[in-house]
Design a binder for this molecule. Structure first.
Ligand code: TRP
Ligand code: ZN
Length: 899
């Protein structure tokens, strides 16, 4: 696209079925790094369900046209152009053979066919297949694929594609071939090939119906010792999907391949999942507990796509959340089950808390800015920009609400009906909603608004207790914050909000629940009730309420909304100590801390003195000392809300003030609870061999949180001593990285020299482990920085480090994104140095990899919400990028931000 062209907006309302269908695809690849020749033979026919079209229009990008044949004859009426091929006046059914070439070696976009460490990989979602060969590259065109790969046998001993291997053998001139057949019809975005020098960990399993399957995890030879956990995660995923949803693996062979150059987390190509190495490789020395958990979640996510995404796919890209929201929900449920079994609610809650924290910090922010869009967007310029927190995480919340409304069994019935109706089809979010509605005998017309209304709903709660009548009424009112994009939109009407509530008595125990008009036999024994809010405002009255209760609102975060209710600090402390809903216990602590931190930030912004609030210290102290709470819950409850989240809660975001306030509270808690932190440190040591179990990880998490608080003390000698010992003795990356981080934190005190030494040791020790070196860059990019040496200087120095490489997305993220997105106080430096750096890097990446550049570009989209002093500098940086960026990806982001 040229600088001046107006972008083409794709609209959901313009959807039309494809004029032609492609039943079979036969691909032949002659793989060579600089020029790979692709011959594609397609059986094409007119789509009976579409309007007339004389010409066949195929998409193609960055392809060299070599030749075309129709039914074996040279084809004259073909025209190659910038966006593909036009073949004029075609018959109703014919066989089309196209030959073209591409240059994988020169492909830095990591979309289409590319080379990484000398091996070949593909990435086709969303629109990468057209960079390999000409095609109807849209998800509602489904075909069966046969793929022949030919390559040099020494350079590429391994040749993989989707489905089953049906033939292999040698060819002249040191070449060889492999032929693969995928029995399932699929859209082009699920095509994949891998070729190169790789080795596999293998395992055979028998599925629930007694079929034998081959599982493989393919990596570069030196990484074979880091594949066990991914394999275990795959086996657990297969078992869980059989148990929970009755869904079996459908292919004889299931492969995972790791690649170190990758734009996102992983990709669910049929039978041949391709993963970022970050979500495959792990052993105790190189990966943290968080890495282990992320690998389990992403392996599960991609595996679960085999049914939710592949067997039933999306009609068009506006329906992306049909597969992503549903599959995120499935991976969240899987991880919860792995950490606590299907039934243990307290253990499951820690996963729920982590997921909600991400949703509120990232998705709520997205919904409050220029990229706000519904779960099913109405329009886009570049579809890659719509793999968003809204489509994934809010989409998962929307799916979760069906389960909250109908229970696990009702949800399962809806899933069964969905597959019964739509297996093998490309469908819409409406089809999913209809399956849920019909299986449960419910009219879900109103629920559709969750898919079409952007913005975060607010539910305002007021309560009234009538002691004489023993009645307690709860009034819920829904709407949007003034000035939010959703409030400016024409709204579609009230949402159906499942609002889970409990009432807590003066002794801290749940009260029995009986709504007005309910007979006692009607009232269930459960002390949590899911109220269904369907109007703009509604009152629910509980009867036989013996004492004035304290309400526990939106238990387990039953809907993706903001709850407004005027709790007193003492009430929040009471909830934190007693609520039977573990999510709301955590939530009460967060509300208490957020309120205090925002008050302190307001004072810091106007240079008033700060003072600690004893109520907060006492509440946190009680949690820390409460041995009845699991260590992982205590860790989450004692973590303060992030600076980013806090800044977004201010009328005008002021990162410096938030940093001052949060640091003040961290130091205050460190000092006031010093002995408790030291005791927690000792009580949670995990001597012996490393185990990545949730229990052991919980102990390490709380211990390392204690160490991080201790590193804030004005005299950090004790923390430095503990951290140095921990760093040197560590037999696992969780403890080593936490110790290094604590040393760097304490560096302003007496820890300077130890931090420097540990950082050097860390680099030398792990020089040959790219994923660990990513951590080394990231730790430095997120460090505090001092007046003498602001972090931007460290970052600019590291940009020149021999191990830095802008073309590798993981490395770019570890340094540039970590600084711009995870170090707000330093990035938003008053002199604008962070913004100048950001603009430089967005433009540099724009020329290499537009998808990655556009992610970084989003970092400034909330500029209008910042203090005036920063706002102008942010706008200037955005304008600079808008004036110079070339890619459609980056242009869409910065133009929306400036509009
Ligand atoms: N479908 C993938 C997932 O959710 C994500 C994905 C979309 C992707 N586009 C991509 C991954 C491009 C890598 C590159 O699991
Ligand atoms: Zn996905």
């Amino acid at each position: 696209m040229s600088d001046t062209a107006t972008p083409t907006v794709i609209r959901r309302e313009d959807y039309a079925p494809p004029a032609f269908l492609i039943d079979t695809v036969d691909l032949e690849f002659d793989l060579a790094p600089e020029r790979t020749v692709v011959k594609s033979t397609l059986r094409v026919r007119r789509n009976p369900a579409a309007g007339p079209a004389p010409h066949l229009e195929l998409m193609g990008e960055q392809l060299e046209f070599i030749g075309a044949q129709i039914d074996g004859n040279a084809c004259e009426n073909v025209r190659a152009h910038e966006h593909g091929l036009t073949i004029e006046n075609v018959a109703d059914a014919f066989t089309l053979t196209l030959t073209g070439a591409c240059n994988p070696e020169a492909n830095t976009t990591l979309s289409g066919l590319y080379v990484s460490s000398g091996n070949f990989f593909t990435q086709c979602e969303a629109e990468g297949f057209r960079r390999i060969t000409w095609f109807l590259d849209r998800p509602d065109v489904m075909s069966t694929y046969t793929v022949t790969l030919r390559a040099d046998k020494t350079a590429c001993p391994v040749l993989l594609s989707n489905g089953n291997l049906i033939e292999a053998g040698d060819l002249p001139d040191g070449r060889h071939y492999a032929k693969w057949e995928d029995p399932f019809r699929k859209p082009s975005y699920l095509f994949a090939l891998v070729a190169g020098k790789l080795v596999a960990l293998e395992e055979r399993i028998t599925t629930s119906s007694g079929k034998e399957k081959l599982l493989q995890v393919w990596v570069e030879p030196h990484d074979l010792d880091k594949t066990r956990h991914a394999m275990d995660s795959l086996i657990h995923s297969i078992r869980w999907d059989e148990r929970r949803f009755g869904l079996e693996l459908d292919l004889d062979r299931f492969m995972i391949v790791a690649v170190s150059d990758f734009n996102m987390g992983a990709m669910e190509n049929k039978g041949l999942n391709i993963f970022n190495t970050k979500y495959v490789l792990a052993n105790p020395e190189t990966a943290t507990d968080v890495d282990f958990a992320n690998i389990e979640a992403v392996v599960g996510h991609e595996y679960f796509h085999n049914w939710t995404g592949n067997r039933v796919t999306c009609r068009d890209w506006f329906q992306l959340s049909l597969k992503e929201g549903l599959t995120v929900f499935r991976d969240q449920e899987f991880s919860a089950a792995m950490s606590g079994g299907d039934e243990n609610e307290a253990a499951r809650a820690t996963k729920r808390i982590e997921d909600v924290r991400v949703l509120r910090q990232m998705q709520f922010a997205e919904d409050a800015g220029p990229m706000a869009h519904p779960v099913r967007p109405e329009s886009y310029v570049e579809i890659n920009n719509f793999y968003t927190m809204t489509v994934y995480e809010k989409g998962a919340e929307v799916v979760r609400m069906y389960q909250t409304l109908f229970g696990r069994d009702g949800f399962r019935k809806g899933m069964d009906l969905y597959f019964q109706r739509h297996d093998g089809q490309a469908v819409t979010c409406d089809d999913f909603r209809r399956a849920m509605a019909d299986a449960n005998g419910r009219d879900l017309a109103q629920f559709e608004r969750w898919y079409s209304q952007a913005g975060t709903p607010r539910v305002t709660v007021t309560t009234q207790y009538d002691a004489a009548a023993k009645r307690y009424s709860v009034t819920l009112a829904q709407g949007y914050a003034n000035g939010s994009p959703a409030a400016r939109d024409t709204q579609k009407g009230p949402l159906l909000i499942p609002f889970a509530i409990g009432l807590i008595g003066p002794d801290g125990a749940d009260l029995p629940l009986k709504l007005e008009g309910e007979s006692s036999s009607n009232a269930t024994a459960s002390t949590t009730r899911v109220l269904e809010l369907t109007d703009a405002q509604q009152t629910f009255t509980f009867v036989d309420v013996a004492h004035k209760p304290l309400p526990s609102l939106l238990r387990n975060f039953s809907a993706p909304v903001i709850v407004e209710y005027d709790y007193g600090n003492d009430e929040l402390a009471f909830l934190l100590a007693h609520d039977s809903d573990p999510f709301n216990r955590w939530e009460a602590g967060q509300r208490l801390a957020t309120r205090e931190l925002l008050a302190l930030a307001a004072r810091a912004a106007t240079r008033q003195p700060l003072a600690m609030n004893d109520a907060l210290t006492e509440a946190f102290g009680r949690v820390l000392n409460d041995a009845s709470l699991s260590p992982s819950f205590r860790e989450l409850a004692l973590m303060l809300p992030s600076e980013t989240y806090l800044a977004e809660q201010m009328a005008e975001s002021n990162p410096a003030a938030v940093h001052a306030a949060r640091q003040f509270v961290r130091k205050g808690l460190a000092a006031a609870l010093k002995n408790e932190w030291l005791a927690a440190y000792d009580a949670n040591l995990t001597p012996g061999a490393y185990e990545p179990t949730p229990e052991a990880a919980g102990h390490r998490g709380l211990k390392n949180l204690a160490l991080s608080y201790l590193s804030e003390l004005d005299d950090p000698a004790e923390a430095v001593r503990l951290a140095t010992a921990q760093y040197n003795a560590a037999n696992n990356m969780t403890d080593r990285a936490a110790a290094l981080s604590a040393l760097m934190n304490a560096a302003a005190g007496t820890g300077g020299e130890q931090a420097k030494q540990a950082l050097e040791d860390f680099y030398v020790r792990f020089e040959k482990e790219p994923l660990v070196i990513d951590k080394w860059f990231s730790l430095q990019a997120t460090q505090r920085g001092t007046a003498q040496r602001p972090t931007i200087e460290t970052v600019r120095t590291l940009m020149r480090h021999p191990a830095f490489n802008l073309k590798n997305p993981n490395r770019a993220r570890s340094l540039i994104f970590s600084f711009c997105a995870a170090n707000p106080a330093q990035f938003h430096a008053a002199d604008g140095s962070g913004y100048a750096f950001w603009a430089e890097q967005v433009l540099a990446l724009d020329a290499i990899n537009p998808q990655v550049a556009a992610r970084l570009a989003r970092n400034l989209e909330l500029w209008r919400r910042f203090t005036p002093a920063l706002r102008d500098a942010m706008r200037a940086a955005l304008e600079q990028v808008a004036a110079q960026a070339k890619s459609r990806d980056v242009r869409e982001i910065v133009e929306k931000a400036l509009a």
